[in-house]
Ligand binder design. Structure first.
Ligand SMILES: Cc1cc2nc3c(=O)[nH]c(=O)nc-3n(C[C@H](O)[C@H](O)[C@H](O)COP(=O)(O)OP(=O)(O)OC[C@H]3O[C@@H](n4cnc5c(N)ncnc54)[C@H](O)[C@@H]3O)c2cc1C
Length: 320
């Protein structure tokens, strides 16, 4: 009957989002008077999960599962949920989990609520608060099925330490054939992805051309940030489409979003609403982005950004 949480990892290491969903699962379990079981796939040190309130870990380790496959992973989660007699499954809002959750819902005949931003307002009936219209409105949904799947929005709940024992148990589910064979995976190295980034440095058409992105990359590097851009910038081919943020691009739920030479059109803002602190650098004091910003610098990016990078380097050197 425990709450089952899928704690994602990459190359054996937990993603930060794993600890957030574990924290959330613990809060739900407390509400329901039960415990938390995590399922991990090819994660190395699972003891870390105990810090966030996980009582038991079902460890799946199989090289056939090195590459994510939504159908296979959903099937494994289904087997875990059935073994545990789970009534509530918690997943993150990562691209992988958003892909597998509906498949899992079909497998378990469960209701699935995505974009959940708080612990259930009521455990019976099971009612959750969800963000809608890119955080401009909220919906209260009741999941009426016996088994419920909750997809937690990134950064909505945060990390909550709650020491537990996290006893590990090897779990060997049957691994179904999925008809897809991954030959190799080509990954960009030394870059932070937008989805996992705590800090995102994003730039727009105000940068004038792709040749000026060096200073954006320098700033991102010193901050350990991911780089992103507005839609026209990727449409023009100045930056890869994977960096395009907004209504038609990627959503960003970072702790810090720095927007440089981006006007702040509604379609761009739609993608960054869930970010916590927004800093805007723009020459035009009337740029709409300033209305959505926590901090603003009215100034020329070509002047401000290199100076900011230098100051940050000095600060890091002094505090190393
Ligand atoms: C259906 C639809 C979907 C869309 N989806 C998206 C989306 O997902 N994401 C998205 O981004 N857009 C989207 N757009 C486009 C959106 O409406 C805007 O056109 C776009 O966001 C503007 O990009 P920008 O701010 O980079 O460029 P601009 O609007 O050209 O703004 C450039 C900004 O840079 C500033 N600037 C100029 N020079 C400097 C300098 N030297 N230093 C500092 N600042 C400077 C200017 O003052 C200006 O504010 C969509 C549009 C439509 C119709």
């Amino acid at each position: 009957m425990s709450v089952l949480v899928y704690t994602e990892s990459e190359e054996g290491k937990f993603k930060k989002v794993a600890f957030e969903v574990a924290s959330y699962a613990k809060a739900v379990a407390d509400q329901m008077g039960t415990t938390v079981t995590a399922i991990t796939i090819n994660a190395n040190d699972v003891s870390e999960l105990g810090t966030y309130g996980v009582d038991k870990v079902l460890k799946v380790n199989d090289s056939k599962l090195d590459a994510f496959n939504a159908k296979t992973y959903a099937n494994i989660l289904k087997q875990a949920a059935e073994k545990e007699g789970t009534k509530v499954v918690v997943v993150s809002a990562s691209a992988d989990s958003k892909y597998l959750a509906p498949l899992l819902a079909v497998g378990l005949d469960a209701g699935y609520a995505s974009n959940v931003v708080e612990t259930p307002t009521s455990a019976s009936p099971f009612t959750v608060k969800r963000s809608a219209f890119t955080n401009k409105a909220f919906i209260f949904s009741t999941i009426e099925t016996d088994v419920k799947i909750v997809g937690v929005s990134k950064n909505a709940f945060g990390l909550k330490e709650n020491a537990a024992s996290a006893t590990a148990e090897d779990f060997s589910p049957s691994i179904p054939e999925n008809g897809v064979h991954v030959d190799s995976v080509d990954k960009a190295t030394n870059t932070v992805t937008i989805a996992d980034a705590e800090i995102v440095v994003s730039a727009g058409r105000g940068l004038k051309g792709p040749e000026n992105w060096g200073m954006i990359e320098d700033l991102a590097k010193v901050l350990g940030a991911a780089t992103a851009c507005s839609k026209p910038v990727s449409d023009l081919g100045w930056r890869p489409h994977g960096e395009h943020v907004g209504q038609t691009g990627k959503p960003v739920a970072a702790n810090l979003y720095i927007a440089i030479g981006i006007s702040g059109a509604i379609q761009h803002l739609a993608g960054i609403n869930a970010s916590k602190v927004k800093v805007v650098i723009n020459t035009d004091p009337e740029a709409p982005f300033f209305k959505a910003a926590d901090y603003g610098i009215v100034g020329d990016a070509f002047d401000v950004v290199p100076r900011l990078t230098e100051k940050l380097k000095e600060f890091k050197a002094q505090n190393a």
